[in-house]
Structures are given as C-alpha cells and as structure tokens.
Design a protein around this ligand. Sequence first.
Ligand code: IPE
Ligand code: IPE
Ligand code: MG
Length: 232
Amino acid sequence: MKECKHLAIIMDGNGRWAKAKGLPRTAGHKVGADNVRTIAIAADAEGVRYLTLYAFSTENWKRSQDEVSYLMKLPAYLFRMYMKEFLQRNMRIRLIGDLRPLPDATRKVLLEAAEESEKNTGLSLIIAINYGSHDEILRAVNHYAEDIRAGRAEPGIDEAGFEQYLDTRDFPPVDLLIRTSGEERISNFLLWQIAYAEMEFIPESWPEFTPEVLHRCLEEYSKRDRRFGGVH
Ligand code: IPE
Ligand code: IPE
Ligand code: MG
C-alpha cells in the first residue's frame, strides 16, 4: 500500500454521537479520548509515523464553560489511562498549538507526557490543542520579525526557512487528512501543512472511527494519484 507517513485527523462528531444516544456531549468526548488510544495503535500498525489529532481549536473556547473545562481535563485522563502503554509501544507524544492559555494543570500534564516520551522513536502522536492555523502562522510571523529586529535573522525568508517557525517544524507535510462526521471543512487546521495532502471526509463520527474504518481510508488513499502539480 502507498505509504502514508503523516496522517492528520479532525476528530469531529463526539457531541452528535452522544446526543443520538441520549447522552450528554461530554460522554462523547470521553469515548473520543479512549478512541485516541485505539487509533494510535492502529495507525502505528498500519505504518503511519506521524499522527496529528485535532483535540481543541482556538475557536473551541466559545463553547460552554462546562464543556471547555471537561475537555481540558481529558489529557490527564488519557495519560493516566494509557501513558504506560504509549511508552511501551515506543510512542512519542508531541504537541502543537499555543499552550500558554491552557489551565496550568492541563499544560503540565501535556508537557510531562511529551518530556517522558521524548527519547522514543516510534509513532509520533501529535496532539493539537488550542491549535489554530491562523494563530500558528501569526505566531511564526511575529517570532520571525522579532528575530530580524534582534539581528538573529535576515529579511527575505524562503519556504523551508518559514517552516522552521511553525509548530510543525519537526514533522513532514501531511499526506492524508481525514475529517470524521460528515462536515466538509478544515476549521482552521494545518492550512500550510495540507498544501498537497489528500483529503477524506467520512460520515462516521469520531467515536465510530474504528481500526477498520482507518484501514478503509488508507486503502482509498493508496488509490489516489498524487501529482504535486506535475504530469504523470
Ligand atoms: C469533536 O467533536 C471534539 C471537539 C471539537 C473538541 P464535537 O464536540 O465538535 O462534536 P459535534 O461536532 O458537536 O458533534
Ligand atoms: C474542529 O471541530 C475542531 C476539533 C475537532 C478539535 P469543530 O466541531 O470545532 O468545528 P466546526 O465548528 O464544526 O467547524
Ligand atoms: Mg464538531
């Protein structure tokens, strides 16, 4: 099968999945967090090397305080339940997004997971939290401008140089972007990094996204003809 080195997923539909079952939205988020473990293992077994998961956008602060505070506790739940297994499987936890506005406890748990796994060489499990592509690009631009002012950089940056300022500086471009739950939009996710990604918008919600569904998506991906602007 064609290699999908970097898979990115917009994990959408937790709320609707729960509502359809007569459960509160938060119940969907809990099942969604458990599914992070399932899909990380499955993606690793499929040969994916970088798995970027959209956990919380810069726009998700607009939700109710209860929902936001529940979502902010999920990293602690995820790592309490599964960190040991992530480590045993040689997985490395990595983070993108602006961590500064997160509650202190949330930021601490995330940074600890990243640090604890930093020597691992297997799957990079990249959590996008308080991530927004516009925010990431603006942080990069402002950082570059500061470097110029301080004499650390020259004006006139190229693509490779600019990528060094993005949160994703250590990762290859996205090969495949999947969005679950039927919505066909990007919602401010990895705009720079998906320039030539293949895209799949699938009807299943994130809690329904099983290893079998992942396999089907990767099979579909391997049938795509990626031309990158050239002619075959
Ligand atoms: C995805 O599910 C999780 C987050 C955005 C945090 P949603 O919470 O967006 O679920 P729907 O889209 O409302 O069903
Ligand atoms: C995108 O989903 C963000 C995450 C999955 C974390 P949303 O549910 O927030 O996106 P919109 O509002 O439907 O575009
Ligand atoms: Mg949604």
